[in-house]
Design a protein around this ligand. Structure first.
Ligand SMILES: Cc1cc2nc3c(=O)[nH]c(=O)nc-3n(C[C@H](O)[C@H](O)[C@H](O)COP(=O)(O)O)c2cc1C
Length: 180
């Protein structure tokens, strides 16, 4: 019996919808990615984010070039990343909206921001700020290589927030701390 119900290709490029359906089964983080500077303050929700290197600390973020905020990341050249915890699902949906202004996105909640350091959510499970070292074009998106300069960790152990099956999922606080 075959377990594969979906689309199989024989060398041809699979349809975009088949790809989206496959990626809906990829367990992903939920983060707010922000920037500030001459092009103004912008932010959006992302799940296409991963650790790239610990030495030096760097992360990869994939941003759609059609996003309103894309040009601001290019011009400002700095990035803030707030890893969200359960309870911030509504905030994630607000930052994923293209119908509200950037000012409305940042209208409440506690943000930590200073000259050259984009806003990060104070209550985030962890936050990072840094500069964008490179933009690598990848189809509809740009892959941003972000060099991390500052890190903040929530004072308590926090639960995780995952994006899977086009929905949010709360992950429990680990019973035993994972060794660093
Ligand atoms: C859970 C979730 C994850 C998302 N991940 C990404 C992502 O990784 N990259 C991206 O460009 N957009 C992603 N989006 C879509 C953006 O958040 C959305 O297009 C947003 O409106 C862009 O904001 P802007 O138009 O103000 O730039 C995601 C949306 C949701 C709900």
């Amino acid at each position: 019996m075959s377990h594969t119900a979906g689309f199989q290709t024989d060398g041809a490029t699979p349809p975009a919808q088949a790809f989206r359906d496959a990626m809906s089964r990829l367990i992903a983080p939920v983060a707010l990615v922000t920037t500030s500077g001459p092009a103004g303050r912008h932010g959006l929700t992302v799940s296409a984010l991963c650790s790239a290197s610990a030495e030096p600390p760097s992360v990869l973020v994939c941003l759609n070039r059609d996003n309103r905020s894309h040009a601001a990341f290019v011009e400002n050249g700095v990035v803030g990343i707030s890893l969200l915890a359960p309870g911030d699902e509504a905030l994630a949906m607000r930052f994923a909206s293209s119908r509200i202004t950037q000012e409305e996105k940042f209208s409440d909640n506690d943000w930590r921001e200073s000259e050259g350091n984009p806003p990060v959510l104070v209550r985030a499970a962890a936050w990072l700020t840094g500069r964008v070292g490179a933009f690598y074009p990848a189809g509809s998106h740009d892959i941003l290589l972000c060099h991390v300069q500052r890190i903040g960790l929530h004072a308590q152990d926090v639960a995780g927030l995952a994006w899977f099956g086009r929905d949010f999922h709360a992950l429990p606080i680990p019973a035993e701390p994972v060794p660093a």
